[in-house]
Design a protein around this ligand. Structure first.
Ligand SMILES: [Zn+2]
Ligand SMILES: [Zn+2]
Length: 84
């Protein structure tokens, strides 16, 4: 009894060609491509593109980067801008 060698090769090739696309990070930013597992995180991230800024420490939002920088500097003692 002989098994056809070419057939086994064909089967092996087809099996090897199967790809499973993992769905690890479902929420992706359409602007910079950053991906997040939670919609909440993506929405928070999107605000950085729309101009609204979030303090990641106390979760307060700022419509203006200048206010955010002042907040970071005076409340958390973190300089977010250029460092000298
Ligand atoms: Zn982005
Ligand atoms: Zn803060």
């Amino acid at each position: 009894m002989e098994r056809s060698y070419w057939w086994e090769q064909m089967v092996a090739m087809h099996k090897g060609g199967e790809y499973k696309v993992g769905a690890r990070e479902k929420f992706q930013c359409s602007i910079c491509g950053s991906s997040y597992t939670k919609n909440y995180d993506l929405r928070k991230h999107m605000k950085s593109h729309t101009g609204e800024t979030f303090c990641h420490i106390c979760q307060r939002s700022y419509s203006n980067v200048q206010n955010y920088r002042m907040h970071m500097l005076f409340v958390h003692k973190i300089g977010t801008g250029r460092q000298t």
